[in-house]
Design a protein around this ligand. Sequence first.
Ligand SMILES: [Zn+2]
Ligand SMILES: [Zn+2]
Length: 379
Amino acid sequence: MNYKIFYLSGLMVFYTVLLPGQVSVRIFAGQDPISAVFNVTEGEYEIDHGAGGKLAVQKDTPVIISKYNGRLAVKLMNDDGFVCDSVLISGNTGRDLFSLRINGNFSARQYYSGDLKCFPDLGRLVLINNCSIDDYIGGVVRTEGGQGKNLEYLKSQAVIARTYMYKYFDKHISDGYNLCDDTHCQAFNGVSSDTLVTQATMQTKGLVILGPDSTLIISAFHSNCGGETSPPENVWLSGQPYLKKVFDKYCISSPNARWRKTLSISDWTASLKNAGLTAVPADLSLLNFSQITRQNDYRIGIFTVPLRQLRSDLNLRSTFFSVKVEGTMVVLSGRGYGHGVGLCQEGAMVMASKGFNFIQIINYYYQGVIVTDIKNAVK
Ligand SMILES: [Zn+2]
Ligand SMILES: [Zn+2]
């Protein structure tokens, strides 16, 4: 028995006490599933609905879990099913895999290891996967790691994902789980079947990145920095000695190094007006703007607007761009993809292909850090 039932504000919450080496992740957190279909892929499973007695779940016998009047309806194929407040479908062999397909606005099937726990919360069907930390890290590396195929690159990604996981292990603890699978935490689309990802995870088992004060770092990363990483731009990131600007010579020929966007002068000035520009200058060449090195603000005379605001308004790939009026159009010539803070993934891929190991890669993008076992971290 590895769970307890608590009564909170009249609602029953199924709270799992995790085994060591496990993590509890809310899956399909960004979706609003109406129902979920569970299938055993490997191993043996049984259902516990909290009212005594357990039901074995066979391979090829889907279990359908649906929202039902504020509770859950659980139906096994060839069975009448039952209604309950929460359900735990747990693996018995230690190497148990299942697939889960959700129905709702978004329909998808993904593969997971470990256990599945479900309960309703404020009209939503909450799906939680308890799995081993190693499986979770492998899944995050597969989802967040991009196209990199080099082992040392993947090892850098595994250490970054593990650092994030431990730093934010309690992020959703009041919701009844550790982390969600959305980009709010770390994207996780289930277990990885990529053997290189598994090797990267196992060869870095337990390793995390600590800053000069021996606490876990904010392991920010992005796709491509455009040749220059961004100093921490947000207040919550400021003052981190390990996040300084790096002039990155490795990523400048990579796929996301450059971008270009053309828009009408009226669209461009509309977003400047949104940001507080009162009058568009008669001389349109005053709209031109050049970023040789990263700036924080776009300027016209005394008017300034944070580049990150323009990036967000216009859905631009980065804040590292220059502006040039050409006829009736404005051309934005940009560099990089993402916020630019911390590790540059495409630069890290090139470093790995040139023979740098994962520790050298991590030390290139985060300054004065050490890669060490989680047991050396100061809370
Ligand atoms: Zn989250
Ligand atoms: Zn870069």
